[in-house]
Design a binder for this molecule. Structure first.
Ligand SMILES: Nc1ncnc2c1ncn2[C@@H]1O[C@H](COP(=O)(O)OP(=O)(O)O)[C@@H](O)[C@H]1O
Ligand SMILES: [Mg+2]
Length: 241
């Protein structure tokens, strides 16, 4: 741990725990997110995946454990401090402004100090195939396009690590595929790091460098997509009892 995990992981979580009353939502979680890679987080509903993201982004404070980002301890920091350090996040529910245009949605996410924000926004629209929609209300976009727009917004904040929560839910398979390709592109070409929650394993299988599976607040498996998919505990968690 310590020095090695700091060198290997952009983000490391050590012994992180959170309970809600009698419910242990996250239990002694340990993980390391490698820079410029795509890490998947899977697990049945209620496994504690979103709670883990809430802990990492400072929305919730852990009962115990430590979160280290780029060698700095960010445990118990405020969400805005964590965002400012370079951790961006999408929400399970889309949070875009439907009565603003697509371009306006990006511009309001821009850092005031960003000089070429408009130029960057236009680049992102091009990258996400939304250029033709830039003057339309965001509410008129398809669900898949709205999710693309929400990723683009996180990019406007210039986040280094992106936490994406069930981005593919409610998106048709061809748009899911497009989203995953986009994520690969941002990873390979822009050096972005992704940590992606997916309830549906099939969506991220084959797209992640590493997959972690949670159940009842605990990590039950970790490895390649293939390894995790064939892991007995994972199969049991998804299909057992
Ligand atoms: N703010 C909260 N207060 C009380 N219980 C919560 C809260 N957030 C989540 N939970 C509970 O914690 C467990 C894990 O939830 P969650 O992290 O949302 O799971 P997942 O994202 O894997 O579906 C669930 O049983 C959920 O009901
Ligand atoms: Mg969730």
């Amino acid at each position: 741990m310590g020095e090695t995990s700091r060198l290997n992981g952009l983000l490391t979580v050590n012994n992180l725990s959170k309970r809600f009353g009698r419910l242990q939502a996250v239990k002694k979680m340990n993980l390391s997110i490698e820079a410029k890679k795509i890490t998947g987080l899977i697990g049945p509903n209620g496994a504690g995946k979103t709670t883990l993201f809430n802990l990492i982004t400072g929305v919730l404070s852990p009962d115990s454990g430590r979160i280290v980002f780029k060698g700095k301890d960010i445990t118990h920091h405020k969400p805005y401090q964590i965002a400012r350090m370079g951790i961006g996040r999408s929400w399970q529910l889309i949070r875009i402004f439907s009565k603003m245009t697509v371009l306006e949605n990006l511009m309001i996410a821009a850092n005031l100090k960003q000089k070429n924000a408009l130029e960057y926004a236009m680049e992102l629209l091009d990258l996400f195939g939304l250029t033709a929609e830039k003057g339309n209300y965001a509410g008129e976009l398809s669900v898949g396009q709205q999710k693309m727009l929400s990723i683009a917004r996180i990019l406007m904040l210039d986040a280094e690590l992106m936490l994406l929560d069930e981005l593919a839910a409610g998106v048709n398979p061809s748009e899911q595929d497009k989203m995953m390709k986009m994520i690969h592109k941002l990873c390979d070409q822009e050096g972005k790091t992704f940590f992606i929650i997916e309830h549906d394993m099939d969506v991220i299988m084959g797209h992640c460098d590493k997959v972690i599976c949670m159940n009842f607040g605990e990590k039950i498996a970790e490895g390649s997509s293939q390894e995790v998919q064939n892991n007995e505990k994972v199969i049991e968690a998804y299909f057992g009892g």
